[in-house]
Design a protein around this ligand. Structure first.
Ligand code: C2E
Ligand code: CA
Ligand code: CA
Length: 672
């Protein structure tokens, strides 16, 4: 409530007391006093009249003396007239002055007939000559008493008025005493909205309550300011890690752009994504996931400079903005970031080894708007992740990845037709015999506009459309033709083709594959089908029928990426499997994480117990190969041998091999 209204409020209260209640009280007092005065007048008049009557009776019938006595009464007292009359109205004695024109009207109370005279009569004990009874008639002057009453009223009214004035003055003064410091406080509060939160509001009032109020306001103000700061922080920062959020990051990128545009400089934006975040979240729970994100945030902050920014864009995606870096500095920061994340991460009694992928883009080379730059960094990150490269700086030849994959699918049909889709081959080594027994076919799309596209760029979208059936049959045909060609050249390698869920749902899939084998005269044992867990789980019954038909004809069936999902081997016991391919994620951490070793060992043992062979994919170095040998894996595949190669490259690679055996059509021979 504003201070002036407080004054008004207090004044209203006191006006009610002083202007209404007090006059009423004074009126009551006046009436009471007036009553008392008139009563007294009445009593005294009666008494006086009786006294006169007594004295007349004593002097009766000395009329002269009586008249004299009556005159004295009129002269000396407040009696106006006095006379004695008999019952017939005949006057027997009287004072000299009698208001002759007046007709006697008895008053039974003060000022009854409002003629200024209080007229009373009392009976006398004496009788006149005719023995008639007599009465004494007396008129008392009422004026003096009336004046006294008026004076009383006037005095009391005056007193009331003076009282009201004084009371109002005091009320207003004390209301002012409250309102003026309150007003000052209000002005101070209004001003304080523009000052720093630490500037306190001061009051010079000596009223304890006002000082306490000011103090409370100061405390409240500090609270409000810190609340507002907190809210502002929350709007621009990630709650979990305290890092700037996506909105603030975008803002900083725009700022960096504006600055670099003016100074004609460049800057680098990096996107970092944790590789196993989802798995950790799914297996160890959200608390582990959250802790991992917090740890990642604090590690990243430690490796960048003060002028750089680290932000969390959402999920397990972080951004690092290096406003003054060039490509080589960015590479150094990226390596530092990757290294810091690779440090063991402890959660409860687990020790985990985390990897990350970083994609970077430079302004203005890789994007002139925030959106373009982010997209370029995203494409680079996507390639870094897929290739397991750790860090990639964007360059023109990187395909835009999954981003444009929907549009790509419409071109796929023509691409197959024009043989833009090319099979690459990655060898598999049988550990025990040290023999290259087969290859996996991994396709690449040599896009006429976008350059070389990897399966992850277009397979997921193709799988959502029927084109995947066409594509798979095309790859199978290419694989069979290649295998036949090699066989004719004395190189016996099986060809493994990746197939999708949709393929298994085609009722005539098995028949088509078998007829292709027959047409190209490839022994069916040299064809291998790699299928993922999800491909089977869609419709296990149909999958089982299709696979059984193929398996009966000796087509080799492998369960791909085993362990990457959450399903157990028990789900696949009904299927006619030959091999389990252990997912590459296991190998990546095999030296750092003893758990990983024992898991791989157990999968191998279990597979062997079920009469299945094991192939471990993603083996990148000799050390891992040695370890897998000890763990009794049957076969491996990975960069330790070579990256996926084109047919001619593969043949060259085979020829260059000194260590491994290959199978010739006739038997096993060493390649020299
Ligand atoms: P995948 O079947 O798990 O294939 C293995 C992937 O790991 C390949 O990626 C390969 O290049 C990569 N790789 C091989 N050795 C190593 C290694 O030592 N370290 C690491 N980090 N990676 C290694 P790519 O060629 O990009 O293929 C990706 C996925 O695309 C394949 O995963 C497969 O599921 C799918 N794919 C490839 N070709 C076809 C196809 O013709 N049809 C279908 N439906 N899917 C295909
Ligand atoms: Ca595969
Ligand atoms: Ca695989």
């Amino acid at each position: 409530m504003p201070a002036t209204s407080i004054v008004r409020h207090i004044a209203k209260g006191s006006i009610f007391i002083h202007l209404v209640l007090l006059p009423l009280f004074v009126l009551a007092v006046t009436l009471f006093a007036q009553h008392k005065i008139t009563d007294q007048f009445f009593d005294e008049a009666k008494h006086h009249a009786k006294l006169i009557a007594k004295r007349i009776e004593l002097s009766w019938p000395e009329k002269k003396a009586i008249s004299h006595m009556l005159d004295r009464e009129v002269a000396l007292t407040n009696i106006v007239y006095v006379y004695i009359a008999n019952s017939q109205g005949k006057i027997l004695a009287q004072s000299s002055f009698i208001p002759s024109h007046r007709h006697f009207q008895e008053d039974s109370f003060f000022d009854q007939h409002q003629d200024g005279i209080f007229d009373i009569s009392i009976p006398m004990s004496i009788r006149d000559q005719d023995s008639l009874p007599t009465r004494l008639y007396v008129g008392f002057n009422e004026e003096r008493t009336k004046r006294a009453i008026q004076n009383l009223r006037l005095n009391l009214t005056l007193f009331t008025l003076i009282y009201i004035l004084i009371a109002l003055a005091i009320t207003l003064a004390s209301a002012r005493k409250i309102s003026s410091p309150l007003n000052k406080l209000r002005v101070a509060i209004q001003k304080s909205s523009n000052t720093l939160p630490d500037d306190e509001i001061h009051t010079s009032s000596n009223l304890h309550e006002i000082r306490a109020l000011a103090q409370e306001i100061n405390i409240m103000r500090k609270d409000l300011v810190s609340q507002a700061q907190k809210l502002r922080h929350q709007a621009t920062h990630d709650i979990l890690t305290g890092l700037p959020n996506r909105a603030l990051c975008m803002d900083r990128i725009s700022q960096a752009m504006a600055l670099c545009q003016r100074k004609r400089k460049h800057f680098v934006l990096m996107l970092l994504d944790l590789d196993q975040f989802k798995e950790i979240n799914d297996t160890l729970g959200h608390k582990a996931g959250d802790t991992l994100l917090e740890v990642t945030a604090s590690r990243l902050i430690r490796i960048v400079r003060k002028s750089d920014s680290v932000a969390r864009l959402g999920g397990d995606e972080f951004a690092i903005l290096l406003p003054t870096a060039d490509a080589s500095q960015a590479a150094i920061v990226a390596q530092k970031a990757l290294k810091s994340i690779q440090k063991p991460f402890h959660f409860e009694d687990h020790t985990l080894h985390i990897h990350a992928s970083i994609g970077a883009a430079m302004y203005p080379e890789h994007g002139k708007t925030v959106g373009e730059l982010l997209h370029s960094a995203d494409v680079a990150m996507y390639h870094a992740k897929r290739g397991g490269h750790g860090f990639i700086m964007h360059h023109r030849n990187l395909s835009s990845g999954a981003a444009g994959s929907l549009a790509l699918v419409s071109d796929l049909e023509a691409a197959i037709e024009q043989e833009e889709v090319i099979p690459y081959f990655q060898p598999k080594l049988d550990i025990r015999s040290q023999t290259i027994t087969g290859v996996e076919v991994l396709i690449r799309w040599r896009h006429h506009k976008r350059g070389l596209l990897f399966p992850d760029d277009f397979i997921p979208a193709a799988e959502n459309s029927n084109i995947i059936n066409r594509l798979t049959l095309y790859v199978i045909k290419k694989a069979i033709q290649q295998s036949v060609e090699w066989l004719r050249g004395g190189l016996e390698v099986s060809v493994a083709v990746n197939i999708s869920a949709k393929n298994l749902q085609q009722p005539n899939f098995a028949a088509t594959v078998l007829s292709l084998l027959e047409k190209h005269t490839l022994p069916s044992r040299l064809l291998e089908i790699e299928l993922t867990e999800s491909a089977v789980l869609n419709d296990p019954e149909l999958a089982k029928q299709t696979l059984s038909r193929l398996s009966q004809q000796n087509v080799h069936i492998s369960l791909d990426d085993f362990g990457a999902g959450n399903t157990s081997l028990a789900h696949f016991l009904e299927l006619p499997l030959d091999t389990i391919k252990i997912d590459k994620s296991f190998v990546r951490d095999i030296f750092r994480n003893p758990n990983q070793q024992s898991i791989v060992h157990r999968i191998i043992e279990l597979a062997h117990a079920l009469n299945l062979s094991t192939t471990v994919e993603g083996v990148e170095d000799e050390k891992a190969l040695q370890l897998l040998t000890q763990l009794d894996a049957d076969a491996i595949q990975g960069y330790v041998l070579c990256k996926p190669l084109m047919a001619r490259e593969f043949e060259m690679w085979v020829k260059q091999q000194g260590i491994y055996q290959i199978r010739s059509g006739a038997g096993t021979a060493s390649l020299q």
